[in-house]
Write a protein that binds this ligand. Structure first.
Ligand code: NI
Length: 395
């Protein structure tokens, strides 16, 4: 264990929490993180130490720490955007911006990365290669900010990339680790049943899209139960249905919108095909038709096994093996997967759950609260990880 690092983290813990609170209070939506990115830039400028600060896109920030020594180029990414919702947490630093709330914990991610940047600058003499701190905009809104910052070159010549997500379902300070596939691919489907409307008293003269749509919704439930192997995992949920404007008019159309979560390309493609076949087949059996749209969202996060092992060894050394939780595949997606298409990467889940601090509300809930004690732990992890990578390279 690096005791000196641990002590130094304790000294800056309060400052990291203050940073998180400022970002929380000034929550901004995807692609609109103007004040947030300005604030991050200011904090990075205060750190100084030769950090080269750039703006890959209008609301993202990157700081580069170059050493004069040969070594790997390591990128660490934090997302910085909030969600479109009103905050009901009653926290003294609750969002001042109506319709924007940091209910996913990205404020914490940004604060952790700023803390790690500060400490790694202090430890520069122990580092080799180059470290890039990426504060990415717009994770919450597919196609997401990752694609844009990668196009802007943030990963050019990068050897490995790291990221984390705070999660309230794990106890504060526990590290959720999984090698290989970690998250689901997150897609959206839209079905439009094209019927023929008319008077409610004469359904025989119409092609009622609501009755056809109801049958389609029921049939969608058989995709997982009857058409996909029990050993595979996926979710298909219908979440939005709309049709009609009056009690006595059969409408022309019905819209069915939902989401698909899957963990393999085969299952993803199969669900995509079955949604189309089922809806068109059922609609046509009733003399109507169905139009299908399928939007592929974020791909699965794939954790490189070697990097996973390395991170696990660092965590065991710095925090103890009892702080590691080997988790299964998780459902929420993240555009961190885009980075891993360019270079190997590792992403973990850091617990912020503490019943005594009222963290029982899930992420994306207007009453979401995080246990901020996890923030310095995140700083310590990232700093120890990068220091460990440099040591492994030079020894
Ligand atoms: Ni998130």
């Amino acid at each position: 264990m690096n005791k000196q690092l641990h002590n130094r983290v304790e000294e800056i813990a309060e400052e990291v929490i203050e940073i998180r609170r400022w970002i929380h209070q000034h929550a901004e939506l995807s692609f609109h993180e103007k004040k947030t990115s300005n604030y991050i830039t200011q904090r990075l400028e205060e750190i100084g130490g030769g950090l080269i600060i750039t703006h890959p896109t209008a609301t993202s920030v990157m700081a580069v720490l170059k050493t004069d020594r040969k070594g790997p180029v390591i990128a660490i990414r934090a997302d910085i955007d909030a969600l479109p919702m009103d905050e009901c947490s009653n926290l003294p630093f609750a969002s001042q911006n109506k319709g924007a709330m940091h209910s996913c914990g990205h404020d914490g991610h940004a604060a952790i990365l700023l803390g790690a940047a500060r400490l790694l600058v202090e430890y520069k003499e122990n580092l080799c290669g180059e470290i890039r701190f990426i504060f990415q905009h717009a994770e919450e809104l597919p196609p997401g900010g990752a694609v844009e910052v990668i196009q802007a070159g943030v990963l050019d010549h990068v050897d490995e990339v790291y990221g984390l997500h705070l999660v309230s379902v794990q106890k504060t300070g526990s590290f959720g680790i999984k090698s290989g596939i970690l998250t689901s691919a997150t897609d959206c489907f839209r079905i439009t049943v094209k019927g023929a409307g008319g008077h409610s008293s004469m359904p025989y003269a119409c092609k009622d899209p609501i009755v056809i749509g109801a049958e389609i919704i029921t049939s969608i439930q058989t995709i997982l139960s009857r058409r996909i192997k029990a050993s595979e995992q996926a979710v298909v949920s219908v979440c939005q249905v709309s049709a009609g404007d009056a009690y006595n008019i059969i409408p022309n159309e019905m819209k069915i919108i939902g989401s698909v979560r899957s963990y393999s390309i085969e299952v993803r493609d199969l669900i995509k095909r079955l949604l189309c076949e089922l809806s068109r087949g059922i609609a046509q059996a009733h003399g109507a038709d169905a139009e299908n749209e399928y939007e592929e969202g974020y791909d699965s996060i794939y954790n490189d096994p070697a990097l996973t092992d390395f991170a696990e060894s660092i965590i065991t050394d710095q925090f103890g093996a009892d702080q590691i939780e080997h988790i299964g595949m998780i459902i929420p997606g993240d555009d961190f997967s885009e980075y891993q298409k360019v270079c190997p990467g590792f992403f973990l889940e850091l617990g912020t759950g503490n019943a005594e601090k009222g963290t029982e509300f899930p992420h994306h809930n207007p009453k979401y609260v995080m246990d901020e004690d996890a923030l310095p732990i995140g700083v310590e992890y990232l700093t120890a990880l990068v220091l460990g990578r440099s040591k492994a390279f030079t020894s």
